[in-house]
Design a protein. Structure first.
Length: 151
């Protein structure tokens, strides 16, 4: 089934909250807190959120914020039963295209050092590890910072 990517709308708020709760609670230690942070990111100035859909049902999202250094990929998640099917890569590619359109020359992000599936996706997309953030997440997990030049 084809995947489409579209801009976030207020009707997506509950989906976004539920997916963020599930996807990020391991790192934040509190799913509700993680979900609230993602919703706040979505509503921040200079933030843009895209939603992936399959059969008119949301299956993932990506949030990016534009800053002086470039575009920061603040959050990306795919529903559990749709992972491993290229939806995250499709969302990442769409976020990078939007960032280029908005004038960014660099994309930056952080990901859990232990999140091997995400790390693999980012490295395959051309990101390079730029640094390490010890105990970055509330649960004590370390994070890696990654960077990609947007051509």
């Amino acid at each position: 089934m084809p995947i489409t990517v579209r801009r976030y709308s207020n009707a997506d708020a509950e989906f976004l909250r539920a997916l963020a709760d599930e996807a990020f609670s391991e790192y934040d230690g509190d799913g509700e807190r993680a979900a609230s942070k993602v919703v706040a990111m979505t509503n921040a100035a200079r933030a843009h959120t895209l939603v992936a859909e399959r059969s008119n049902r949301p299956t993932g999202f990506v949030t990016l914020s534009m800053g002086d250094e470039g575009a920061h990929i603040a959050a990306i998640a795919v529903v559990r039963d749709a992972r491993g099917r290229g939806i995250g890569a499709r969302l990442l590619h769409a976020a990078e295209a939007l960032a280029r359109k908005l004038g960014a020359r660099v994309a930056l992000l952080e990901t859990g050092e232990a999140n091997l599936a995400a790390l693999d996706m980012f490295l395959r997309a051309g990101y390079r590890i730029d640094g390490r953030l010890p105990r970055y997440y509330r649960t004590g997990y370390d994070a890696l910072t990654l960077r990609r030049t947007l051509d």
